[in-house]
Design a binder for this molecule. Sequence first.
Ligand SMILES: Cc1ncc(COP(=O)(O)O)c(C=O)c1O
Length: 383
Amino acid sequence: MSIYLDHNATTPVDGRVLEAMLPYLQDCYGNPSSGHRPGRESQRALQRAREQVAMLVGVQPSQVVFTSGGTEANNLALKGVMALADAGSGLVVSAVEHSSVLQSAYALELTGYELAVADVDDRGVVKAAMFEQALNEGKTSLASVMLANNETGVVQEIARLSEVARSHGVVMHTDAVQALGKMPVDFETLGVAAMSISAHKIYGPKGIGALVMDKGLALQPMLHGGGHEAGLRAGTENLPGIVGFGAAAEILQTELSLRIDHCGQLRRHAEQALQKIPEVVIFSQQAKRLPNTIFFAVQGIEGATLLMSLDRDGIAVSSGSACASGSGEPSHVLQAMGVEEGLAHGAVRVSFGSGNTVEEVDLLISSLQRQIESLLKLNSVWA
Ligand SMILES: Cc1ncc(COP(=O)(O)O)c(C=O)c1O
């Protein structure tokens, strides 16, 4: 069994969530759209899960549109809003967005929409003045800035940016996929028009997420078919996934502060030890961050090499965002922060979860110390 320290990539399914899902994989298989009793039973389960997710983020159930995950929710928000925007209008995204936002934005740019990318400072925080300037250029219809970054854990000032967007008549979307489960996420407080979330980051199943939206927001669906999800996302609902998402959301409501405290304690413990290793540079320490995330680099060692060495010791970490791992390119987030390329190549992300212990953090640190020492020795032999 590995010591799993990669909870920003995904989390294990909570046993209570699995239990809630099992009947919908076997006994309760009715199609929620069917008028008979099994169908009605499934429809009730669908409605209950919608209520559970809505309650977690402080909205009405009708504001929750279930999707296949955060990626689809981000695609739906960006492409759905822009499809109804005037020709020649534009959108603004931050430089540190998840690839599902960035690639959607690039795809829209290819079809003729103007795209502006708002810069971040050296901590990874979006520059509010640059954001406003970008909104002012051209005829902006939509802005998308993530609530918390998956690599650095940096939390953006979304309420403030939303206010700016609103004052310019711009629809504001936030990708809250990483933030959910690690900090309070309240739709109204954020002041956004749309927000993406995903179950597998909160101990729910993979392949299910939601776009939470203002009641009046006009959106063109990406998938056409039956009238599922108020006509915004056609396709027979992934009921076991949706039920799991609902259960995970309900559990999170009662356990959020415990999780925040627990992860915060582990991170403090880990960072105190990491700071004593001279070659280690911790990114974004001066910014507001998610309590469970440490993004750091070791001078002179490739992140991918360190990841493999730790893996041999049975410790699972990430060398950047899960999707970017293996591409060989340094993290676009670190590039946007102006981190020197050599150092950016050394980036490693540790993300704690509720099942981790102080003993596991100690094992991580001792393994790191050992690996760093031997890799640096190896480097000096080859130099
Ligand atoms: C910030 C962010 N947005 C979106 C996604 C995509 O979510 P999903 O895996 O549910 O498609 C991720 C997943 O890593 C993420 O970290």
